[in-house]
Design a protein around this ligand. Structure first.
Ligand code: 1CP
Length: 341
């Protein structure tokens, strides 16, 4: 995976967003009688569920079991992860004084369980398996903090962004500093690769992205450069943002299924590695449809190194395990022989 991020791989590495969650019966068993937060704050349980998908499938990476809100919960923001909903915030951010109350993070004391989980998972990984650390990007974190929950229209977020620049930039600045400290600590604990999840940034136009988000993405990647870890920048609905995102400092750009992989790669430039981009809904379809879609991705990769196979976004909960097994086998078979550049 690390070599693929640098464009020097000789086979195609594979992992899945949301691989360590509710698609696995062994996760649901651990979750029985416990909340998400109970698991993520207990390093032994978090280590167990981080490793579960690697026991079942031949994956090339583990991703830390935590949520994008984990560091914000740890510094005392009133956030709960609600079943079937996601993060819910009891007093959403409305004004500058709300932002000024958010304190800095000290990862060693605020999220020791995250760092312990990374160290403990690392000890269990095989040579070629990577440990992925991650954080939510400031825009996506801000959207939950301002909306109070998941949103489709991001109306409150945009109202604040367009209407109260002082508050917006203060919030983005604060979240940027938290994200940098949190990701640096994950790398020091042993994370081999760092992924920044800006899942909802695709709701912005390129000019919005440049003004309200890009300065912060750039600051994060610039600060992480010294870690030496490959950096992945992921968002969904980013077709019109890819050119800008590719200048922000990440090594790998993650793309969803809405943009054909070869088009996306041309836009970001072949000096960057690319991650993606199977439509997770394909895994609900029969085996021949899955094969056809995987083949199409490999055709678009066209034998270039620098491709990390993944979904375009996380698994749907109803994904059959047999479909996941098929994709893993098929990608490893196809990805072992196709790289020629
Ligand atoms: O106990 C449970 O099953 C609760 C469901 C759950 C889980 C398993 C949530 C609530 N978060 C997580 C773990 C999680 N979240 C991981 C680690 C596990 C893995 O990837 O295998 C990661 C990387 C995340 C990241 C995350 N959380 C993102 C970015 C990735 C993405 O999917 O875009 C986002 C947007 C969230 C918010 C969130 N947390 C949980 C839910 C259900 C959501 C999405 C809510 C929404 O749609 O707005």
């Amino acid at each position: 995976m690390v070599r693929a991020a640098r464009g020097t791989n000789e086979r195609t590495p594979l992992w899945f967003m949301r691989q360590a969650g509710r698609v696995l019966p062994e996760y649901r068993a651990v979750r029985e009688g416990r909340t998400f937060t109970d698991i993520s704050r207990d390093a032994a349980l978090a280590t167990e569920v981080t490793l579960q998908p690697l026991r079942r499938f031949a994956l090339d990476a583990a991703i830390l079991f935590a949520d994008i809100m984990t560091p914000l919960i740890a510094i005392g923001l009133p956030i709960k992860i609600v079943d079937g909903v996601g993060p819910v915030i009891s007093s959403p951010i409305e004004r500058l004084s709300d932002v000024e109350r958010i304190r800095a993070i000290d990862p060693e004391t605020d999220v020791p369980y995250v760092l312990t989980t990374i160290r403990d998972v690392k000890r269990e990984l095989k040579d070629e398996q990577a440990m992925i650390g991650f954080a939510g990007a400031p825009f996506t974190l801000a959207s939950y903090l301002i909306e109070g929950k998941s949103s489709r229209s991001f109306l409150r977020t945009k109202a604040l962004m367009y209407g109260n620049g002082e508050c917006w930039h203060a919030l983005m600045d604060t979240l940027t500093e938290i994200t940098i400290a949190y990701l640096r600590a994950q790398q020091r604990a042993g994370a081999d690769i760092l992924q920044l999840f800006d899942s909802w940034v695709g709701t912005l136009s390129p000019q919005n992205y440049r003004e309200f988000v890009q300065p912060y993405s750039r600051r994060i990647f610039a600060a992480l450069l010294e870690t030496g870890a490959p950096l992945i920048h992921f968002g969904t609905g980013t077709a019109t943002l890819l050119a800008d995102m590719s200048t922000d400092g990440a090594d790998v750009i993650g793309v969803d299924w809405r943009t054909p992989l070869d088009d996306a790669w041309r836009i970001i430039g072949h000096k960057h590695a690319i991650q993606g981009n199977l439509d997770p809904a394909v895994l609900i379809a029969p085996a021949d449809a899955i094969r056809r879609e995987v083949d199409d991705i490999f055709r678009r990769v066209a034998g270039r190194p620098g491709h990390i196979f993944n979904l375009g976004h996380g698994f749907h909960p109803e994904t059959p395990l047999a479909s996941i097994e098929r994709v893993v086998e098929y990608v490893h078979a196809a990805g072992a022989t196709t790289i020629h550049a």
